[in-house]
Design a protein around this ligand. Structure first.
Ligand code: BDR
Ligand code: CA
Length: 311
């Protein structure tokens, strides 16, 4: 089984990504690290613990990480993820698992050192914890097998979800993203260009009827689906974070190519923009596998089958 650490800002689609990874039975989730992002860190921690309990996987350790971006102020998005970050779907859910003492970045370093060349880091929130880990331990990039990140947009300019050219995770901590992209680790960016093509519609949710996760999926995504309809006229909410897990489970879901990618940390208009040098105008080393296409149907089917398998 492939060893992974998930870095999350749970978040509706983060919650779905965690369930997908656990229920796939193809990944050994060494632990989950949390980061400020969609909602404040305290809520992220509680949501992550609840989702693990829901999956009967309270054994998976949760390591709290950064409660703010490296240099900026955070803008939370309760209007997309709900008051508590998971659409209030687990309001009355009782859970007894607790967070670990060890800080997220230290856990990442410890595990990568213990299993050199074997750990894939799946990062589906702002990249603050990863930046702290790479800054603290220069050998981390050699120890990790791969870093797979949900973030940015590379080809469809003007179609961001935070600024016209910026995606939320990268925008929230662009300085951190810059550190990660220049870390030397094998890096794949699962960007908005592809994630926005993978939608969870009412019709998809119906296929889970009678299954263990149906009510959670329906309730947790309600606000997010309404927002996606109103703001982007989408028939469903995008499975950003689950697609990132999907790529780790099956590389064939995405078509990728390595290019040089950097992040704008300066311009007020384009702060957090991921700039991909497709034509190699800068003559710099390719550092990031970017996504050029997605088999949305195959991925969404696999996601639903995996979640539907339980119960
Ligand atoms: C990303 O931003 C967050 O709101 C989601 O959880 C996802 O990781 C999409 O831009
Ligand atoms: Ca997320």
């Amino acid at each position: 089984m492939k060893k992974v650490i998930m870095d999350v800002d749970t978040g509706v689609d983060d919650a779905l990504a965690i369930l997908y990874a656990l229920e796939s039975r193809q990944l050994y989730v060494l632990g989950i690290t949390t980061v400020n992002g969609n909602v404040p860190l305290g809520m992220v921690n509680a949501n992550t613990l609840k989702v693990l309990s829901l999956a009967d996987r309270a054994d998976v350790p949760v390591h709290p990480g950064a409660d703010r971006p490296l240099m900026r102020t955070s803008e939370h998005v309760h209007h997309i993820h709900g008051d508590d970050g998971i659409g209030n779907a687990l309001d009355d859910f009782s859970y007894s698992n607790q967070c670990q003492e060890q800080f997220a970045a230290d856990f990442i370093i410890e595990q990568a050192k213990k299993h050199p060349g074997e750990v894939t880091l799946i990062a589906v929130g702002p990249l603050t914890n990863l930046a702290l880990a790479f800054s603290k331990e220069p050998k981390l990039s050699e120890w990790l097998d791969e870093v797979v990140i949900m973030g940015g947009l590379v080809s469809e300019m003007g179609r961001g979800n935070k600024l016209p050219n910026s995606e939320f995770n990268i925008y929230t901590d662009a300085e951190a993203a810059q550190i990660v992209f220049h870390s030397g680790a094998e890096t794949t960016l699962v960007s908005l260009d592809v994630t926005k093509q993978t939608l969870l519609s009412n019709r998809c949710i119906k296929t889970l009827e009678g299954r263990k996760y149906h009510d959670f999926v329906q309730q947790s995504t309600e606000v997010y689906r309404a927002f996606s309809k109103e703001r982007f006229n989408l028939d469903g909410c995008a499975l950003h974070d689950p697609l990132t897990v999907g790529y780790v489970l099956n590389n064939d879901f995405l078509k990728t190519k390595k290019h040089h990618v950097d992040v704008d940390t300066v311009s007020p208009l384009n702060y957090g923009q991921t700039v991909c040098d497709f034509n190699n105008l800068l003559g710099r080393e390719p550092n990031v596998n970017v996504c050029l296409g997605v088999d949305a149907e195959a991925f969404v089917s696999h996601f639903l089958e995996t979640l539907g398998r339980e119960g």
